[in-house]
Design a protein around this ligand. Structure first.
Ligand code: ZN
Length: 434
C-alpha cells in the first residue's frame, strides 16, 4: 500500500511541476449556506450528518462533482449553473453522498485518512486539480494519462459502484420528497459525451463512468414515480446559489437586463447589487442591498455581501462595521468572520484583526485568503514563526509542496517543541511527501 501511496505522490509532484491551470474553490458564505440548505434533506435521508459534511464549490466551468473523503463533497460552479432546478443539483449531491455512505471512498483512500489538515486536503484536491484543468489535455496526452492513473488509484469509481450509488441516491431523493427526474436530467447531459474522446469529455465522466444502461435504469425509475413539486425552500435556495454565482461570473449588463425573479424579490436585488458593484457603481449597489435587507432583515449573508462590496471599493471602516453585524447574526460562520478580520486588517485595527482571524481559522482552515490575511496579521504583531506556520498551511492547501515544506521547517525550528503550533508544522512536514 505504501508503494501505491508513493506512486501517487510521484504523479502528484509531476503534475504540480507541469504547468496546469490551478483550480480554486469559490468560498462564498451565501452560496455555501444555500448548498447546505439544499443538501440537508438528502444527507439526513442518507443517514449522514449535515453538520459533518461540507459542500464546496470548485471554480470551474467544466462539469464535475466528486468526493475525496467523508467530510467534503465538491461540485463545480459549472455544474451548479447548469442545474435548471433544485432536484438536478440535489441529485448530484445525493449521488456523491451515496459514495460516502456506501464506503466507496474508504476503500480507495484509506491511506489519506481524511482531509483533516491543510496538507492532506491540499494533496487530495491537488490530484483532482490535475484532473480538472481544462487545458492540460491540450498540453499532451501524457498529462492526461498521468492524471487518469492518479484518479484511478484514488477517486474513480467502478461501474458497479456507480450503479449502487445511483440506486442509493434515488432512494434518498424519494425519502426526502425530491423528484427523481432531476437525476435523469443530469445524466442526460453526460450521456452524449460517452462517445467523445477523453480530452473532450467533462471530468465528471472520468471519475464516474457512465453508461447508457445507468441512465436507462435511472430514467425508468424516475418515470415510474409520481411527479413531485419542488419544495419552496429548495426553489429559493437554488435560485439564490445559482443567481449569485451567475451574477459574479456573467456580464453585469446581462444580469441587469434580467426581469424581476419570480422566485423572490430579494434575490433579484442581490443580483443587481453584485452587477452594479462590478460596474463600479457602489452607491447604486448599496441601494439594491438595502432593498434585499428590508425583505430579509435577519439575513447575515446580505450583510456579508454589503461588507464585501464595501471592501472591494476600499471603504474599510464601513466594511468592518457591516461585517460586525453579519458576524453577530451568524457567529458560527467562518467565512464571514474571516471577512471581518480582513476588513479590520485593512482598517489598521491590527490586534482585533489577529484575534478575529485566529478564531476564523479555528472554525475553518480551508480558506486561502484568510490564511494570507492571518500571516500578515501575525507578522504585524512580530509573531514571525506563526506567520511562517500559516503560510506553510496555505501553500499546503494549494498543493505547493516545496514552498509549504520550506515555511513549515522554518516554523518548526522557531516554535517551542511540542507546542500545539509546533505540532501543526509537523503535520505539514509529515503529511507531505519527502
Ligand atoms: Zn459516482
Amino acid at each position: 500500500m505504501r508503494y501505491h501511496l508513493r506512486f501517487v505522490f510521484i504523479i502528484l509532484i509531476w503534475l504540480i511541476a507541469t504547468p496546469v491551470a490551478a483550480i480554486n474553490l469559490v468560498r462564498d458564505a451565501d452560496i455555501e449556506h444555500a448548498l447546505t440548505e439544499l443538501s440537508r434533506p438528502i444527507l439526513i435521508a442518507a443517514g449522514l450528518s449535515p453538520a459533518q459534511i461540507k459542500i464546496l464549490v470548485l471554480d470551474s466551468s467544466a462539469l464535475n462533482a466528486f468526493v475525496v473523503d467523508h467530510r467534503h463533497i465538491f461540485v463545480s460552479s459549472g455544474l451548479i449553473l447548469r442545474s435548471k432546478r433544485p432536484s438536478m443539483l440535489q441529485s448530484v449531491i445525493a449521488h456523491e453522498a451515496a459514495h460516502i455512505a456506501n464506503g466507496h471512498v474508504t476503500r480507495r483512500s484509506q491511506n489519506m485518512a481524511s482531509a483533516r489538515n491543510a496538507a492532506a486536503f491540499g494533496i487530495a484536491l491537488g490530484i483532482m486539480t490535475g484532473a480538472l484543468s481544462g487545458d492540460y489535455a491540450a498540453g499532451g496526452t501524457v498529462a492526461l494519462g498521468a492524471s487518469n492513473s492518479a484518479q484511478r488509484l484514488f477517486l474513480s469509481h467502478t461501474r458497479a459502484e456507480e450503479s449502487a450509488a445511483d440506486r442509493a441516491a434515488l432512494s434518498y431523493m424519494t425519502r426526502a420528497g425530491i423528484d427523481p427526474r432531476g437525476m435523469s436530467e443530469v445524466l442526460d447531459i453526460f450521456v452524449g459525451q460517452e462517445n467523445l474522446s477523453a480530452a473532450r469529455q467533462d471530468p465528471y465522466t472520468r471519475t464516474h463512468p457512465l453508461s447508457r444502461d445507468r441512465s436507462r435504469a435511472v430514467t425508468a425509475f424516475a418515470q415510474a414515480q409520481e411527479t413531485r413539486q419542488a419544495d419552496p425552500k429548495a426553489l429559493y435556495w437554488h435560485a439564490r446559489a445559482t443567481g449569485k454565482l451567475a451574477a459574479f461570473t456573467r456580464k453585469p449588463s446581462q444580469t441587469l437586463k434580467a426581469k424581476q425573479s419570480v422566485t423572490s424579490a430579494d434575490i433579484h436585488h442581490m443580483r443587481r447589487a453584485v452587477a452594479l458593484s462590478r460596474q463600479g457603481k457602489l452607491d447604486e449597489a448599496l441601494l439594491e442591498i438595502s432593498k434585499a435587507e428590508k425583505l430579509r432583515p435577519k439575513d447575515a449573508y446580505y450583510k456579508d455581501l454589503k461588507a464585501e462590496l464595501l471592501m472591494r471599493h476600499k471603504r474599510f471602516g464601513a466594511s468592518a462595521k457591516a461585517y460586525a453585524q453579519a458576524v453577530q447574526l451568524a457567529p458560527q460562520n467562518a467565512l464571514i468572520r474571516a471577512g471581518y478580520g480582513r476588513a479590520l486588517l485593512a482598517n489598521k485595527q491590527d490586534a482585533r484583526a489577529l484575534s478575529t482571524l485566529k478564531k476564523a481559522r479555528s472554525q475553518d482552515f480551508r480558506n486561502l485568503r484568510m490564511l494570507r490575511d492571518l500571516a500578515v496579521a501575525y507578522a504585524k504583531q512580530g509573531q514571525n514563526a506563526m506567520a511562517s506556520l500559516v503560510t506553510a498551511e496555505r501553500y499546503a492547501l494549494q498543493g505547493k509542496i516545496k514552498d509549504a515544506k520550506l515555511h513549515a521547517k522554518r516554523a518548526s525550528d522557531r516554535l517551542p517543541t511540542g507546542s500545539p503550533s509546533w505540532q501543526r508544522a509537523q503535520d505539514v512536514l509529515d503529511t507531505l511527501p519527502k
